[in-house]
Design a protein. Structure first.
Lengths: 480, 415
């Protein structure tokens, strides 16, 4: 057996499916004002933050769970969830990594996320979020020297209240849709990044999310602000243990780019997708939105979606500043009973704004994949352009691939081009590869990687390697 | 509106000789409509065109009762010259004339189906309105192996003598094995604002060929809705061409079921809009069995503050292997007020398929204008030349040369 085959066999099952036995502090089950106050209290939040949460909760009470999306799911009982869960050892925050619960360190080591700085991975600063709290952030000193703030959002609320107050909820307001509002009410932790004027962040920033406790919803909130002329590249990865029941993950991510700033946000999403019969798995209902506030700003989303039982997310760009640029690169792979409804929104408001959407969907088994996107060029967005390409690849005749783009052009000086194709891997391609000694699965892996190349290229190096492997693994058993 | 609907409904059925059961069915449709009302933008299919608002803003309160006892005079001046054709004439919603003078009489049968109602998939509350208020409904049956020698033109005329603010029409067509029909819908309206609600149902048997050309060219203030349901058997071909231009508001829906192998459907459309017109084409092509084909091409030229919408959906069932589906929509926006919205949708459950769509919208290409002007044309001439070329692309898709010329003349396209 050659090395690659060995590797695939090793990875065949969801390798992050273990759970860690750690004593937890949990909020009482259910969703009510008491629980929100409990979360706010345990995080030692100022009054305005609690107000923000309660306002969102008021609004949440009148909202209805949306039902327009393609993947249907059984009703979630929002009263049957824990909204806060933290390792007990985190109650009084450890000062340094040495004080961290060894079990936690062990968990992250298993996940391949080295928290100890000596075992650093090409100098990526990591913020690790375990259930509801951030457990460790690495490379803090080095970043502080440049004036960069990279810390858990709960710390930022206490230490940088002006920044948080100014920007939190400015892109995703508390009055947004059902899941975003839920997040605003009960979010527990997440990352906060602030890059000062003119600073180019010297390393990749990364957050690693892990849902461990059962019956827990994970509601993290990430806020990234790139001040004038700055640049940051941010990575996000996620895993969860194998459990029979479905777990809810409803995060909010807000990006704000001021004049001439650039934010690159990459995600490799590998939540537990459920077993082969579609039992268990994460419901990944995430709201990601970026605001190109200043002129010449740029926001670029790259995502590799291989996990989750249901993925339902649309990382969007609001191109408000003149000459701003929005990009969206996506690979979504569904296998077995997974369902994904994903895409983007590009809202052109400023002059000379540009956006580009490249979406690659691959569905296998009995899964369902939908690209749903909106390109909206408003009447003031003179001279704007959009290019959209969404390709789907089908493997087998039990899966589905769908494309639902909405295209609105209200400006005669702007151009929109949209292309979409759906096809399967051709027999000729397979035959060609097999003739040269690859087995059918390797051949499919090679062809799929080629199909995804345009997107994989956008990922930072270390992630690209991981993602490429993930693409191969996700499609295991879908041929033949 | 509810009182008006009920009053007009009873006035209407008084004049008809219907059995109690038929009245019950019509009443049921009416209640359905009262319940749902006109489609509005909360419904996904009406997202870009809120008919409820459009009717409210343009017509206000509708009335539904038409006295169809007295005949209208057929104005022969509206008939198309230079093209021999069969005629069906609707005036203010009443069938005044059915004339197949060029055909063998025993090969075409006209069956009164007034007592039936039509129910379609992918339809909406307007079909209930239609079922409740249509007085006469005919089915035109083209018999096995008969191919009509001349095209059939259906004249839709409204004039100032109209009673109500709403006209409902319904026609059924059956094309038996190996038969063919060329059908032109020609709209000619001189009435004030009305709401026209038209349902056609086509049943195509093996090898049948249907060519349907809908021409709404003459300026008018009407609000039109038209729904074509096409069921296609093995080897049949349907070709639909829509020239959408004259009315204030118009929405054409095509729902096409490709039930038999090697069946194919073509939908081509031209939007040529000015002022504040708002037109929409929505097509749903259902590939239900293997080896079926569909092709759609929609082009729009939008002036002033006009608005065009194209919603196209290709649905491929898991049995429909070897499907070939294609969809392209292009729009030129000539004014900063004009607007083009598209929702080209693919829903695919089979893997051995070739499906694609494209959509592009933008301004006239300045480089092309420069090219033409540098060769001595004026700006205006260059512009017209480019727009003509753009639209000609769709018109050239018309497979019938006689009708192609007719439509070219109507559009004022010179070769």
């Amino acid at each position: 057996m050659d090395n690659r085959q060995k590797e695939i066999n090793n990875l065949k099952d969801y390798k992050y499916g273990f759970s860690t036995d750690i004593e937890n502090i949990q909020a009482p089950k259910g969703l009510n004002e008491e629980v929100i106050k409990f979360i706010s209290n345990i995080k030692k939040e100022p009054a305005w933050m609690l107000e923000f949460r309660l306002k969102a909760f008021e609004r949440f009470k009148v909202l209805k769970e949306p039902d327009w999306q393609k993947p249907k799911f059984p009703k979630i009982d929002y009263q049957d969830l824990y909204y806060y869960s933290a390792p007990k050892s985190m109650k009084d925050k450890p000062k340094s990594l040495d004080e961290l619960d060894p079990k936690l360190l062990e968990t992250y080591k298993k996940l391949g996320i080295p928290l100890q700085e000596q075992a650093r991975l090409n100098g990526i600063a990591v913020d690790a979020v375990f259930d509801s709290v951030s457990v460790a952030t690495t490379f803090k000193d080095e970043l502080t020297k440049q004036g960069i703030i990279f810390c858990p959002i709960s710390e930022a609320i206490q230490n940088y209240p002006e920044l948080v107050k100014k920007y939190l909820g400015s892109v995703i307001p508390t009055s947004d849709h059902f899941f975003a509002t839920l997040n605003s009410a009960v979010f527990t932790d997440g990352s906060f990044v602030y890059i000062p004027e003119g600073v180019r962040c010297p390393m990749e920033l990364s957050t690693y999310f892990r849902i461990n406790a059962s019956n827990t919803g994970q509601f993290e909130r990430t806020l990234i602000i790139a001040d004038k002329g700055s640049y940051v590249s941010y990575l996000e990865g996620c895993t969860a243990p194998m459990r029979d029941e479905n777990q809810l993950h409803a995060a909010n991510v807000e990006l704000i780019a001021l004049d001439d700033a650039e934010i690159k946000y990459s995600t490799v999403q590998n939540w537990y997708p459920g077993d082969q019969d579609g039992k268990g798995g994460i419901y990944n209902f995430v709201t990601k939105r970026g605001l190109c506030k200043g002129k010449n700003s740029k926001i670029s989303w790259t995502q590799v979606e291989t996990g989750s039982a249901i993925t339902w997310k649309y990382p969007s760009c609001i191109l408000k500043g003149d000459n701003s640029v929005g990009e969206f690169y996506s690979i979504a792979i569904t296998n077995n009973h997974q369902k994904a409804d994903t895409g983007t929104k590009m809202i052109h408001l400023g002059k000379n704004t540009k956006s580009k959407i490249i979406s690659k969907g691959i569905s296998a088994g009995t899964s369902d994949m939908t690209y749903r996107g909106l390109v909206d060029i408003s009447s003031k967005a003179k001279n704007s352009t959009n290019y959209t390409q969404c390709d789907s690849l089908l493997m087998g005749n039990k899966c589905g691939a769908h494309t639902v783009p909405y295209i609105k052009n209200k400006n005669s000086e702007s151009n929109i081009a949209h292309e979409a194709t759906t096809s399967k891997i051709s027999e000729e391609q397979l035959h060609y590869c097999q003739q040269r000694g690859l087995n059918p699965e390797e051949a499919v892996g090679l062809i799929v990687n080629g199909f995804c190349k345009e997107v994989l290229q956008q990922l930072p190096m270390e992630f690209a390697v991981e993602a490429q492997k993930l693409v191969g693994i996700s499609l295991e058993g879908s041929v033949g | 509106m509810k009182e008006q609907l009920q009053k007009d409904f009873y006035n209407n059925i008084k004049n008809l000789s219907l059995s109690q059961k038929d009245i019950e069915i019509k009443k049921f449709c009416l209640d359905n409509f009262i319940d749902k009302g006109f489609p509005n933008k909360k419904e996904e299919d009406w997202k870009f065109s809120d008919l409820n608002q459009i009717i409210k803003n343009n017509i206000g309160e509708l009335s539904f009762y038409n006295d169809q006892a007295s005949t209208n005079k057929v104005d022969t001046s509206v008939f198309v010259d230079g093209l021999e054709h069969n005629k069906i004439v609707f005036i203010n919603g009443r069938i005044e004339k059915i004339d197949f003078e060029y055909e063998k009489k025993d090969q075409i049968e006209i069956i009164d189906q007034s007592e039936t109602i039509n129910e379609f998939e992918n339809s909406n509350s307007l079909s209930d309105l239609n079922n409740a208020f249509t007085n006469k409904c005919f089915k035109i049956l083209v018999k096995k192996g008969y191919q009509l020698l001349k095209p059939l033109i259906i004249y839709h005329t409204t004039n100032s003598k109209i009673w109500s603010k709403n006209i409902n029409l319904r026609l059924n067509f059956e094309l038996d094995k190996d038969s063919s029909l060329r059908l032109i819908d020609l709209f000619n309206d001189t009435s004030e604002k009305n709401f026209l609600n038209i349902f056609y149902n086509f049943e195509l048997k093996e090898n049948a060929v249907l060519k349907n050309y809908k021409v709404d060219k003459f300026e008018n203030k009407n609000i039109k809705y038209s729904f074509n349901n096409i069921d296609q058997d093995k080897n049949s071909i349907s070709e639909t061409f829509i020239l959408s231009s004259g009315s204030n508001f118009s929405k054409n829906e095509i729902n096409c079921n490709l039930n038999g192998v090697y069946a194919s459907a073509f939908v081509n459309g031209v939007f040529s809009l000015n002022n504040d017109k708002h037109h929409e084409i929505r097509s749903i092509i259902n590939h239900l069995t293997e080896n079926t084909k569909s092709y759609q091409l929609i082009k729009s030229v939008l002036e002033q503050s006009s608005k065009a919408v194209y919603q196209g959906k290709i649905f491929v069932n898991s049995d429909a292997q070897k499907t070939d589906g294609y969809q392209l929509s292009k729009a030129i926006l000539l004014n900063k007020e004009s607007e083009f919205n598209a929702k080209p949708e693919l829903e695919i459950y089979a893997d051995d398929v070739k499906c694609s769509h494209g959509s592009a919208s933008g301004s006239l290409n300045e480089d092309s204008i420069f090219y033409l002007m540098s060769r001595g044309l004026s700006y205006q001439q260059s512009r017209e030349l480019l727009i003509n070329g753009f639209l000609l692309d769709v018109v050239e898709k018309i497979t019938d040369s006689e009708i192609k010329n007719l439509i070219k003349n109507l559009l004022g396209i010179k070769e």
